[in-house]
Design a protein around this ligand. Sequence first.
Ligand code: AMP
Ligand code: GLY
Length: 421
Amino acid sequence: MKVAVIGSGGREHAICVSLKKSSKVDQIFCIPGNAGTGSIAKNIIIDVEDFEKIKNFIKKENVDLVIIGPEKPLVGGIVDYLKNHGIKVFGPNKIASQLEGSKIFTKKICEKYKIPTAKFGIYKNANEAEKFLKNCNYPIVIKADGLASGKGVYICEDNTQSTLAVNEIFNGKFGEAKEILIEEFLVGEEMSFFIITDGKSYKNFGTAQDHKRVLEGDKGKNTGGMGAYSPSRLEEKSLNKKILEKIINPTIKGLKELNTEYVGFLYAGLMIVDNEPYLIEYNVRMGDPECQTILPKLETDLFIILESCTNRNLDKIKLEWKNTKSLCIVVCSNGYPDKFQKNFEINGLEEISLKNNEFIFHAGTKRVKSKIVSNGGRVLNFVILSNEFKKCRIKALELIKKLNWSKGFFRKDIGFKVIRS
Ligand code: AMP
Ligand code: GLY
């Protein structure tokens, strides 16, 4: 079979590595890919939002299955577009992708189906929002409605900060804003919870704890994710049951009542408060770096799982997982998540020898002749599986030390909630 993976991050490299293990997969294309995917797949340089060019390429090559990694093309409707051209594709359609594309769409589903989430209000202009913000309790959370690469969320401590947030959003910092979401600040512990579904049935696809802040001790700005570990320390049966019954099932029901069906990975970003789950956000894809952290534990053939979703027979497949812990440390370009430079050579990467259960997934890298250079904010993911989180972290740090890349930085404390040093 021929498969194409759309995207260029660590998530897509991890997906390619898993697909490569499948005896059913003969060739992998990655659009546009990175230096890591380029060593096991054929990178094809097409913009992930240029649906027509992607379709033409897929048709020309007779690709059997297309897998969409990132949210932008999903929210833009790539699945509907490719399907309309007779192409088999794994990922949610445009209507279902609004779960990530519009925070207000998701909040309305939460309201209708009584899904636990932070209390909220939707405001149509700055004046209305200001009136509420003058008398509310702080901290308060203010969110732009649409996709904002993780940047459209403000946690405000006082009225000065909230006024700034409202003005930035309504002044178009994240694209045209017709409405704004203001919600209660929840105090608890976050958890990334994943399922995979074919529209008929679903299966759990692991849990993880991301580390979104750029600095150690969860300080500093929000990023795409500086590292993760899996499973989340909060994972246990009764919580799992509550998440499925109170959050996942009613969401799937809500989509059915909108006459649509969800096919793909669904990622619930949760806040667990006193052992009760609250939905903070949905993402319509695997997380990054959660995907890199979780996928190496999967023992079942990933291609068979994804294909079964497009054939609506996921219920026939049993997912088998390695019973180990996994931890991922992300190496970023100096300056990230603010300004950073690209095109710095990464020496010695290919000389690092990896044993079983040790992985390096590329994110913002590209190959220029025989060299690998940086090409993004998050550059490399070091992932280790082991029976103890502590051993995972020690080994990942050891490998990063071997790399000794002066143009990058990383958090040394990933997993601090589960590792006593
Ligand atoms: P989101 O993009 O909606 O996941 O928000 C980004 C981050 O902001 C989350 O991972 C949380 O750390 C934080 N956050 C968002 N909403 C809330 C909330 N209602 N209460 C507390 N923290 C929140
Ligand atoms: N790790 C957060 C995300 O993928 O959105």
